[in-house]
Design a protein around this ligand. Structure first.
Ligand code: THU
Length: 149
């Protein structure tokens, strides 16, 4: 699948977001090392801080479908819904919590994970990787010195 196709999967997922509070719809599509794709969207809650980000939602689907250790590439797109499709100019990059969750997958696999960040329209794309978005992060590798580790 091309980067743009993965972005389109993320944009389509964003249409299924539940975002009645922020009105900011985010979709995420994750491709496995074998080319399988799963997706997810943000799901907000009346207790605002309990909302779930699109990336976390898609990572849960990825774990169920092919395992976190097989996550290869991630596309994220966010914006407003306009005329039934996702719109907006600014590229949506993963929040800090989502970066932490992506780092977990990257360290499990021993590979860097590519993150394609798109605007709502899908016309602007930034290409990053978890190693550049979260340098010097704390992940499972840092727990090697724990007792029983
Ligand atoms: N959001 C995501 O789903 N992913 C991100 O990486 C950034 C933020 C969601 C959370 C909330 O539902 C809305 O966007 C506004 O912050």
């Amino acid at each position: 699948m091309t980067d743009q196709e993965l972005v389109e999967r993320a944009r389509a997922a964003a249409l299924r977001a539940y975002a009645p509070y922020s009105h900011f719809h985010v979709g995420c599509a994750i491709e496995s090392t074998h080319g399988e794709v799963v997706s997810g969207a943000n799901m907000e809650n009346a207790c605002y801080r309990l909302g779930i980000c699109a990336e976390q939602s898609a990572l849960t689907a990825a774990q169920a479908a092919f395992g976190l250790e097989n996550v290869a590439r991630i596309a994220v797109a966010g914006g407003r819904i306009e005329g039934g499709s996702l719109a907006g100019e600014g590229a949506c990059t993963p929040c800090g919590g989502c970066r932490q969750a992506i780092l977990e997958a990257a360290q499990l696999s021993g590979r860097d994970v590519e993150i394609i960040c798109a605007n709502g329209e899908g016309s602007r794309v930034e290409r990053h990787s978890i190693s550049t978005l979260m340098p010097h992060g704390f992940g499972p590798a840092n727990l090697a010195d724990a007792s029983g580790g």
